[in-house]
Design a protein. Structure first.
Length: 293
């Protein structure tokens, strides 16, 4: 049976269009005194910040990957500061959206390693010597992020003594209570048995896990109906810590893939140095409590 040729519907005709009709759109062709997209985002400065030191093709990738990571870290710090304020005010509900956003940003940071891993050892070696001693070890925002989350290490800020502004910001973050310190303070205020030694201490020093704090978290889990917001906060913190561990692991494996076991440009041992951080836990009692549930 011979059928007549199909007649395109309007929708099909639209699908086959080779250009978009703007004649019925109220596009603001003349911006007048309004900010443009480029001006609002300061794209002239942002897109002028990539200054390769060589003519090697892959150096642009290397620069952009690290700049993008710094921008994502800036957003995480912005959200973390707001989370800390919520915890201090004992108004946890808004913090859950912020922590969810942080988790999604962490996923973007993790994906960055996939992009960087497209660079081969030969690609990186072609311009690595031009970096001198510059290294991610010197990232101010990464240190602020670690300090804010509770991984305190006073020695690491010494590399920034030449930069008085960065050094002062890091010193303040080092001495300030971390997110976990504020969370433990809230647990105590809610009546859970957090020891005084975990609440009043030298915040520049690494946090020491406590069996009493583990017991306090077990109390939260056993009273999840009554203190659902604390229970939810606990799980969000575990998510954050878990993603941070995965990020560290992927960082280590990407470095191993590209430079093997060479020392890092910042003076560390490279892969073996990164491996030391794999067992770090930002919120240790939340992990320990799982064994006792």
């Amino acid at each position: 049976m011979n059928l007549p040729p199909a007649t395109p519907t309007d929708a099909n005709a639209d699908d086959a269009a080779t250009s978009v009709d703007l004649s019925d759109e109220a596009v603001h062709w003349d911006l007048g005194s309004s900010l443009s997209y480029s001006q609002y985002l300061r794209l002239d400065r942002l897109l002028d910040a990539q200054k390769p030191l060589s003519t090697e093709h892959d150096e642009m990738l290397f620069i952009i990957v690290h700049q993008v990571s710094e921008l994502w870290m800036r957003l995480i710090l912005h959200e973390l500061r707001a989370v800390i304020e919520c915890v201090r005010r004992d108004k946890l509900d808004p913090s859950f959206k912020m922590l969810d956003r942080i988790g999604r940003v962490q996923a973007q940071l993790l994906a960055v390693w996939e992009v960087l891993s497209t660079m081969t050892p030969a690609d990186y070696s072609s311009f690595r010597n031009l970096l001198g001693r510059s290294s991610g070890f010197q990232s101010v925002q990464y240190r602020l992020l670690e300090f804010t989350l509770g991984n305190k290490h006073a020695d690491v800020i010494e590399v920034h003594r030449h930069d008085t502004e960065a050094y002062a910001a890091l010193a303040r973050a080092l001495a300030a209570p971390s997110l976990y310190d504020e969370v433990l303070r809230l647990l105590s205020q809610r009546g859970y048995g957090v020891p005084a030694t975990s609440l009043v201490r030298d915040f520049t020093q690494p946090y020491e896990p406590s069996k009493q704090v583990t017991g306090a978290w077990l109390g939260v889990y056993h009273n999840a109906v009554k203190d659902w917001d604390l229970y939810e906060l606990a799980e969000r913190l575990v998510d954050l810590d878990h993603r941070f561990q995965v990020w560290r692991f992927q960082h280590m494996k990407t470095v191993e893939r590209i430079i093997g076991y060479k020392p890092g440009t910042g003076g560390t041992a490279g892969v073996s140095y990164l491996a030391k951080a794999l067992r770090l836990r930002l919120f240790p009692e939340l992990w320990e409590a799982r064994t006792s549930m």
